[in-house]
Structures are given as structure tokens and as C-alpha cells.
Write a protein that binds this ligand. Structure first.
Ligand SMILES: Cc1cc2nc3c(=O)[nH]c(=O)nc-3n(C[C@H](O)[C@H](O)[C@H](O)COP(=O)(O)OP(=O)(O)OC[C@H]3O[C@@H](n4cnc5c(N)ncnc54)[C@H](O)[C@@H]3O)c2cc1C
Length: 385
């Protein structure tokens, strides 16, 4: 079955979906509202499931060679004591790869490079879809209308298309935490590739990159919408007494590079990822809290699964039914687990609860961390032929 598809949204999920559909022979357009295609976020960690999905899309090797494997690190207390160690070598033995860290802008560039420039339409917001015909969907793009057999709504957590297709759904909600993050402007000597540190109601973490620089993130329980005149100054006051390399990471950052976002999630799961000939994908379908580092990995799984279903099913209808059946339970389970990880991690603030959690983590066998990662990362993509 060949056909035409329009992907709304040129984030990681949308670009991956476009690559997958092109690989099975479909004619694909990506429509993105931003004038320039780039992911403004700082860095990202990719687990084996995300990397395997990228392999299936033909870009895994390029991403691996630009990324830094995360062999060492783990979870710490603000004083520097270890709660759990991450064993990247054990993950590599079990899954063929440790977690890797990469700048979002680099990942985005590599995904874009796998698509011909003429299939990307930037600076265009898709306001709605014309679903009046049973066998086509009309996608308004400026003054023109693109006709498609299939539309992929990959328009992110605030998805306008989800709101139109599922008007009864309450939409995303504030998850109660806000995140400030940046990439350092220089390389640092870091003893761990990947670390998370939990204080009461606060988390500080870093991911080291191949060029020696690192992304750091600080997550705080806070009211939505609170912003700071001097975010870096606020973070220095809040985290200045935490263990090395937390102050060093803040010191190696230019104030203008600090991004600040409130975290939103789809707390009410969608009852379907499909409406007629439209498939929701990525954060539009299952925006989750970032506590497991799985949001983009799940979007990449969506993309490969969708392309495989479209390649093998006799009709768009049966392909989308299969996509929904294969993706909804898994991605929604990962989203639930991410929320729970946040409750037990960054969001835990009562001193007694924090002490109990820390004791339980210190007593847990060292392979417990590896097992927790394997639970979500050990996924095998369907073949795209
Ligand atoms: C702090 C933080 C850390 C994270 N860390 C990780 C991690 O380490 N590992 C991981 O796997 N995931 C991580 N995630 C999750 C990950 O960033 C997201 O799940 C992923 O980027 C979602 O990609 P997407 O393509 O679905 O959505 P988006 O990246 O939001 O892309 C949606 C695109 O659609 C465009 N758009 C929106 N509306 C329209 C419209 N009407 N018309 C046209 N275009 C439109 C937008 O401009 C945007 O480019 C993290 C998230 C956060 C917040």
C-alpha cells in the first residue's frame, strides 16, 4: 500500500514518522509552525528502545557516533552520597548499548538530514483538518490544501489537533514541577557521565556530551508560571551548597542559555490514538513527565510501529487500528511509570519520606537500577523491510 501522508509537527516524533513512512515508499510532507526547524531544548538521553527505533529508521549509526555513551553515574544526595549507581556496561551487555546522551539540536539535525528538504514546510501552523471526505484528509497549508491518505498529528503536548479530534478530552495538565536547563559553554571534567541528585522537592542532573560539554537540568516543585529575573542566580542560591559538580556546571553556563519550562503531561490517557485517518504520535498522544527519560524514545517507537503497520496492513484503517493497539497500552504504561518515578524522586519532599526512600535505595541490590531501566528500554522494533 503506497500513499500520501502529511505529518503535522517537525519535532523528534514528527520527523521520525516522516522518515519511517518514506522508508516504506510513501510520499510525505512535514508541516511545522516554527520558521526554523530546530529543537530548542538542551540535551536528551536515549535508551536502547529509542536507539533501536532509530536503527530501524536508518539513522541509528549517525546518532550513536554523535552521542556519548553513559557508562558511569547514578543517583546521589545533595551531600554527594550515592543512593544508586548506574552500570552502563551491564546495560550494554543486556541490551547491546548503554544509554547515550546527545544535544537535541544534533539529534534534530540528523533526523532532518534523512529527509529531502522539499518535503519540509516551515513557518506554517495547521489550524484544523478537513475530514469531510471518507477516503482523504485535507490539511490547510497557507492558501493551499494538501490532500493526504493519512495524517500524523505530531504537534506536541499542547496539540491543537488532539483538541479538535477529541473535544471531550481535558488536555494536558501542569505536573507540579518546573525545569530549568542549559548546555554548558565549555567542556568540564566530570566524574560521572549521567547523574541525578535528589533533595526534598528538587532534582539536579547532568548528561555529558561527546565534546566534553554537558547539559544540566534543575527541577523544582513550584507553582506554574513562576519566572525569575535572574534564573542562574536563583539556581546558584538554591543549589550552590550541593556536591560537585553541581556548582561547577552552573558556573560553566552563560545566563542567556538557561531555558525554563513548566512540565505538562496528559494525566488523563486518551481512549484512542486514532481518529479516522489521523494518527496521534509522540507528545500529542502521550506527553509524560521526563522522570524516566522516555518521552522521545516512545515517540520514536510510535514512528517505527506506525510505518510497519502501514507497510503491512491492507488499508489505512486496519494499519491505524493496529498502531493504536500496539502503541497505546505500552506508551501509557510508561507514562504512568514516569509519573510514579517523579513522585518517588524529585517530588518527594517530606523529610521522613525522603529518608525512607533513601534508605530503601541504598539497601537495594546494585542490579535493581539496571533492572528498572531494562523494564522500559528492552523493546524490539518491527521490521520496516
Ligand atoms: C525537561 C525535559 C527533559 C526530557 N528529557 C528526555 C530524555 O532525556 N529522553 C527522552 O526520550 N525524552 C525526554 N523528554 C521528552 C521529549 O522531549 C519529548 O517527549 C519529545 O521531544 C516529544 O517530541 P514530539 O515530536 O512529540 O513533540 P514536540 O517536540 O513538542 O514537537 C511538536 C512540534 O509541532 C509543532 N507544532 C505544534 N502545533 C503545530 C501546528 N498546529 N501546526 C504545525 N506545527 C505545529 C511545534 O512547533 C513542534 O515543533 C524530556 C522532556 C522534558 C520537558
Amino acid at each position: 500500500m503506497g500513499g500520501t501522508a502529511v505529518v503535522v509537527g517537525g519535532g523528534i516524533g514528527g520527523l521520525a514518522a516522516a522518515i519511517g513512512l518514506r522508508r516504506i515508499g510513501w510520499d510525505v510532507r512535514v508541516v511545522e509552525r516554527a520558521a526554523t526547524l530546530a529543537d530548542a531544548g538542551a540535551g536528551i538521553s536515549l535508551h536502547a528502545n529509542g536507539l533501536r527505533a532509530l536503527d530501524a529508521l536508518g539513522v541509528g549509526a549517525a546518532v550513536r557516533s554523535a552521542a556519548r555513551p553513559q557508562y558511569t553515574g547514578g543517583t546521589r544526595t545533595p551531600g554527594g552520597g550515592w543512593l544508586a549507581r548506574m552500570d552502563g556496561a551491564a546495560l550494554e551487555r543486556a541490551l547491546g548499548t548503554p544509554i547515550v546522551g546527545i544535544r537535541r539540536a544534533v539529534l534534530h539535525r540528523l533526523l532532518r538530514a534523512a529527509l529531502p528538504a522539499e518535503c519540509l514546510h516551515t513557518g506554517v501552523t495547521v489550524p484544523a483538518l478537513d475530514r469531510s471526505a471518507p477516503d482523504r484528509v485535507g490539511v490547510p497549508v497557507g492558501d493551499a490544501v494538501l490532500d493526504a491518505d493519512l495524517v500524523v498529528a505530531a504537534d506536541g503536548v499542547g496539540s491543537r489537533l488532539r483538541g479538535l479530534l477529541f473535544p471531550g478530552h481535558p488536555g494536558p495538565v501542569y505536573a507540579g514541577s518546573t525545569v530549568l536547563r542549559a548546555v554548558t559553554d565549555r567542556a568540564l571534567e566530570l566524574s560521572g557521565d549521567f547523574e541525578l541528585t535528589w533533595g526534598g522537592g528538587a532534582e539536579f542532573g547532568h548528561i555529558a556530551f561527546a565534546d566534553g560539554r554537558a547539559e544540566w537540568h534543575a527541577v523544582l516543585t513550584a507553582a506554574a508560571g513562576v519566572r525569575h529575573d535572574d534564573p542562574l542566580g536563583m539556581l546558584r542560591r538554591r543549589f550552590g551548597g550541593w556536591h560537585d559538580p553541581v556548582p561547577a556546571l552552573l558556573d560553566a553556563t552563560r545566563p542567556k542559555d538557561v531555558l525554563h519550562h513548566d512540565i505538562h503531561e496528559l494525566a488523563t490517557p486518551l481512549r484512542s490514538f486514532v481518529a479516522g485517518r489521523v494518527a496521534l504520535l509522540g507528545d500529542a498522544a502521550h506527553a509524560m513527565t521526563p522522570n524516566l527519560g522516555q518521552g522521545a524514545c516512545q515517540a520514536l517507537e510510535d514512528a517505527v510501529t506506525l510505518a510497519a503497520a502501514v507497510a503491512t496492513e491492507p488499508s489505512v484503517g486496519s494499519a491505524l487500528a493496529r498502531y493504536d493497539a500496539e502503541r497505546r497500552p505500552r506508551s501509557q504504561a510508561v507514562a504512568r511509570a514516569a509519573r510514579q518515578a517523579g513522585r518517588m524522586g524529585q517530588r518527594l519532599s517530606h523529610p521522613l519520606a525522603v529518608a525512607l526512600r533513601n534508605t530503601a535505595l541504598r539497601l537495594a541490590p546494585s542490579r535493581a537500577t539496571t533492572r528498572a531501566i531494562l523494564r522500559h528500554a528492552d523493546w524490539t522494533p518491527p521490521s520496516l523491510g
